[in-house]
Ligand binder design. Structure first.
Ligand SMILES: [Zn+2]
Length: 398
């Protein structure tokens, strides 16, 4: 099912009414131009980096890389020795507003990724050397947008496959030891608390040794800090904030009080950071990297993880990571050459493996990290899991 651009924006504006913070935007023509330049340059440069062209026929075709094989039922599995792997960026099925809660304990035969390359025949082309969402056609992006809205309003078909058993099965095949699961608290009415829903499911599924629960609060929620204390008591290991989806400026005073509570509770904060280039333009002002500076500089003893390594604003994100000891970059979605540049310029101690499952299979970002660290075992160990142990303050299992 597809919707027109105009219908999509109308629905978005309706949804957006719920979370306005009322602070002015400073989004400029230069910001617009910068995003456009990144998109054009990246597509022109694809295939000319140190790894040459890296184009696959969908996700399953990644089995052509020596790191992977296909199982008898056609799933990607790891075929090489790996150090302990922690995926720092996954989500379980979302349900908000009028949507029924997703049964997070139900296994389904197939995970329907939000950008589902292998669902069509022939599968869509997967170029590892561009920001991952550049791989998708306008009609695929349309169905993603529709699926997002349907999930927010009514519950989605895809969301019902984003369950704990499906995630853990994929982790087992790829020898991923644990994964941080990130809820997102939105301000839609009638919505159940996504942090509690997720915590309870992880407990009932008895997978606390595999899934690392994060919390989410909305900075505009006047009970936000109290909720955060309660979540910390129940065992969350960090806080997820999504300035675009939650429609708040991360340098606002409300957000500052949330970071202050994170400092008291010793919780790292992971932001959706930077512009993905596929969101509606009115959300982009919330995602700019310069809005993250105040948090990073005023809370030097809070660990800040920039999701997607700053997405299409990765240069600004890398500059902040270089200047500040309390900033790490989580690599999901970045293209292969960009991950190589970050590794070359920042070293391996600042980078964290993350997949953004169930938007994409966990193997996509894993393949890129393996390619970049092919001759550097120590960097591989740090990026795939060693750094995450430190940042998330996890004691490795004996
Ligand atoms: Zn995500």
């Amino acid at each position: 099912m597809s919707i027109t651009r105009r219908e999509f924006f109308r629905l978005c504006s309706t949804l957006a009414l719920a979370g306005c913070t009322g602070r002015g935007s400073d989004y400029t023509d230069e910001d617009r131009e910068h995003l456009h330049r990144q998109q054009v340059t990246e597509s022109l440069r694809s295939g000319s980096g140190p790894f040459g062209p890296m184009v696959f026929a969908g996700y399953r075709d990644l089995a052509r890389l020596t790191y992977f094989r296909l199982t008898d039922d056609g799933r990607l599995a790891v075929a090489t020795d790996l150090p302990p792997v922690i995926d720092c960026h996954t989500h379980l099925g979302w349900s908000y507003f009028l949507a029924p809660d997703v049964d997070l304990l139900r296994a389904t035969p197939r995970t329907q990724y939000l950008l589902d390359c292998d669902a069509q025949a022939p599968p869509c082309e997967l170029d590892l050397d561009v920001y991952v969402n550049s791989n998708f056609t306008e009609s695929m992006l349309n169905s993603l947008r529709w699926e997002t809205i349907r999930t927010l309003l009514l519950g989605g078909q895809a969301a019902s496959t984003h369950t704990i058993p499906n995630l853990v099965t994929e982790m087992d095949l790829l020898r991923i030891q644990s994964a941080a699961v990130l809820p997102i608290a939105v301000t839609l009415p009638f919505s159940s608390d996504p942090t509690l829903h997720q915590l309870e499911a992880i407990e009932r599924a008895k997978v606390s040794h595999r899934l690392i629960p994060f919390a989410s609060v909305h900075p505009g929620d006047r009970h936000g800090t109290a909720k955060l204390r309660d979540y910390a008591n129940r065992g969350v290991r960090g806080l997820k904030l999504h300035p675009e989806m939650q429609r708040f400026y991360p340098d606002s005073d409300e957000a500052m009080s949330i970071y202050a509570e994170c400092r008291r509770l010793q919780l790292p904060v992971i932001f959706h950071a930077g512009r993905s280039g596929i969101e509606p333009e009115f959300l982009r002002p919330y995602a700019l990297i310069r809005r993250l500076k105040r948090a990073v500089q005023e809370f030097r003893d809070v660990a800040f993880i920039f999701g997607h390594a700053g997405a299409r604003d990765s240069e600004e994100a890398a500059a902040l990571a270089r200047q500040n000891d309390n900033v790490w970059l989580e690599l999901s979605s970045q293209g292969l050459t960009r991950i190589y540049e970050l590794y070359r310029d920042l070293g391996s101690s600042k980078l964290l493996y993350g997949s953004d499952w169930p938007f994409y299979p966990q193997a996509v970002a894993l393949a890129k990290v393996l390619l970049v660290t092919d001759h550097d075992e120590q960097a591989r160990q740090r990026i795939l899991g060693g750094n995450a142990l430190e940042v998330l303050r996890i004691t490795p299992a004996a």
